[in-house]
Write a protein that binds this ligand. Sequence first.
Ligand code: PEP
Ligand code: MN
Length: 363
Amino acid sequence: MLIVMKPQATEEHVRGVCRKIESMGFRPHPMPGAQRTAIGITGNPGPLEPAEFESLPGVADAIPVSKPYKLVSREIKNEDSLIHVKPSEGTGPGFTFGGRELGIIAGPCAIESREQAFAAAQRVKKAGARLFRGGAFKPRTSPYSFQGMGEEGLKILAEVRREFGLLIVTETIDPENCDLVERYADVLQIGARNMQNFSLLKRVGRSSRPVLLKRGMSATLDEFLMAAEYVLAEGNYNVILCERGVRTFADHSRNTLDLSVIPAVKRLSHLPIIVDPSHGTGKRDRVTPLSRAAVAVGADGLIVEVHPQPDAAVSDGYQSLYPDQFDLLMEEVTAIAGVLGRTTAHASHKAQETPPASYAHPQ
Ligand code: PEP
Ligand code: MN
């Protein structure tokens, strides 16, 4: 059930409807929009009677929601959601996903040392990334592979934030681990292998940090949106979706990057969606072409693996870009973004670097 308030409804009217929903033992989710507020209801085991709400002050309509997911759906909120990321400490710059500027997240697969993280951060910042990625806890296929530096890695990430003003995106792998990771991260990443780890989804749903939710490697669109619904249903509406490739019979790449899911998500959901061309292809030479395509198809950003020495990386070196390659990626992606009326921080960096013609060529 979705309660649509009248455009002139007051905050007290909204509170009244919320109280009514709570008195029935359910949870209200007020979603303010540009024209009017809508209030979603979760926790009800079956359909509700519209008449229960229609007569309340300020209510325009009470309509059943046809989709299995409610809060992530455009039925409850038609406008695109803007997801604001604030630095978890200090007063550095924040970033908003879903706006005109593409959200570019870049950095190594895993944090390996302070030197490695700083070398990567310095280069990706200069190229126009706003957020820095790097796993301190790695969910690896083999229990014998490098599992990440743990809290020591998180401390390095916090130093990167202070030193470079980059926001930190890092993975949390289980509900207990989340207590530690959320002390350091600005965005909590849920990996593909955990997309249906429902206790973890509920845990991050109670966090104050935005969540980057990666699509499971065999997840349908409905399963992907339902995973996001778990997070919103707990009260955290700040979810950024991420397409990172799915398993298919194709064996020319690590995964098959399903770019057609971008317009499909945009049609159904108000949440922003970004693309991971690194895990999506698994091969360095595919990352820039697929990044260009992702932006062209309407993605709200990219998450890209960049390593100062990919050949020496402890994980995912073969899909990590050299910093010079990332510079070129940003150049090209920024050009494509411009065609669509969007931009990246690369464009503003360049504008600052290139002096006006009269200075460059004094008469
Ligand atoms: C990662 O981003 O490093 C990662 C492990 O990605 P995924 O969960 O998409 O495999
Ligand atoms: Mn990786």
